[in-house]
Design a protein around this ligand. Structure first.
Ligand code: PMV
Length: 336
């Protein structure tokens, strides 16, 4: 076993019981999320420990539903959007690698059926909701009753942003300080903002030029601007949390947009430069900035990808729709 695999196996063994009981069929849903204060840079690549805390809003009914059940044959099966995948498929092998860590070497063949309710055209990454739904379904299938915090810790090994996909609404992932990673998990914020809206403006719905994992490692190791990021990002998260608690949407939006652009600045200064934004992303940003001069209150917490996301309150919705007719509008606090 490689050193990485050993360290990850030890992390799972610290949270899970030594012997898993026989599984039963279980289904779980997890929402996708968009970071308002970004996670960018790892202090430990094996345990996915971040350099800074982050804060997100979940996307309501847009997310992943995963069913885990005992396999029919004596081997694992992965079904994505009703299509059986070969074990070598990159998506299937990511899921199976994580599931093997969870099973801790025990032979328990599973059938894993997973479906995304995120329209592909929205161009939203699904690894956050995917790993959160997988962990929740595995927890239920093995009747483990792990706490959400423990599940958040486990999902972190699959994808950092998955830590935040166990709750609806605003969620904070505390970076933690321990080297063993047991204090680095997310918690929900007890605040709602029913008028909060998100617009997703699709620019490029294909796979990104470089994964976030590779992009952040490249930035940490080569960008002269990265050293200023962790403290700034930590401070931004505190401001965003305060703005949420005080219902100060302008402070929230301005800080989220500045935080996202600072993240992009760190990667553009990397050597060689990394830029996820495309011509059309910049065009949408220019439209936004010019409309803002005329009073529009909307902000762009740009992710590590080309698609543009806007946050605003309900009273701006008509203006957003006329400026960006192809936007998908999400109401994250809508009762379900
Ligand atoms: O969860 P990952 O490893 O795909 O990284 C996500 C990184 C960002 O989306 C850019 C920021 C975030 O906090 O979600």
């Amino acid at each position: 076993m490689s050193e990485t695999a050993q360290k990850q196996a030890a992390f799972f063994a610290g949270i899970l019981p030594l012997r898993l009981p026989a599984p039963r069929a279980a289904v779980a849903f997890a929402p996708s999320n968009i970071a308002l204060g970004k996670y960018w840079g790892k202090r430990d690549d094996t345990l996915n420990l971040p350099c800074n805390s982050s804060l997100s809003v979940s996307l309501g009914s847009m997310g992943t539903t995963t069913k885990v059940s005992p396999a029919n044959a004596q081997k694992d099966e992965v079904i994505f959007n009703e299509r059986a995948l070969e074990a070598e498929n990159p998506f299937a092998s990511k899921i199976l690698r994580f599931t093997s860590l969870f099973r801790q070497g025990q032979t328990i063949p599973l059938r894993i059926e997973t479906e995304n309710s995120i329209p592909t055209a929205a161009g939203l990454a699904s690894s956050a909701s995917g790993f959160a739904a997988l962990v929740s379904a595995l927890d239920a299938a093995f009747s483990l009753d792990l706490s959400k915090e423990q599940q958040s810790c486990l999902a972190r090994i699959g994808s950092g942003s998955a830590t935040r996909s166990f709750w609806q609404g605003f969620v904070r992932w505390d970076r933690g300080n321990l080297q063993d990673g047991t204090d680095s998990y997310a918690v929900p914020l007890h605040a709602t903002l029913p008028e909060f809206r998100i617009a997703i403006i699709p620019v490029d719905t294909g796979p990104k030029s470089q994964s976030s994992r590779d992009g952040m490692n490249h930035t940490v190791s080569s960008s002269p601007l990265f050293s200023s990021w962790p403290d700034r990002a930590e401070a931004d998260c505190k401001i965003i949390e305060q703005a949420i608690m005080e219902r100060d949407f302008v402070m929230l939006g301005e800080t989220a947009e500045a935080n996202a652009l600072a993240m992009h600045a760190t990667m553009m200064a990397a050597r060689p430069a990394l830029c996820y934004l495309k011509h059309e992303s910049w065009r949408a940003l220019e439209t936004l900035w010019s409309a803002r001069k005329d009073g529009l209150q909307a902000y762009a917490p740009m992710d590590a990808g080309a698609n543009v996301k806007l946050i605003f309150l309900q009273d701006q919705e008509a203006d957003i729709k006329s400026l960006f007719p192809n936007a998908t509008i999400i109401e994250p606090f809508r009762e379900r």
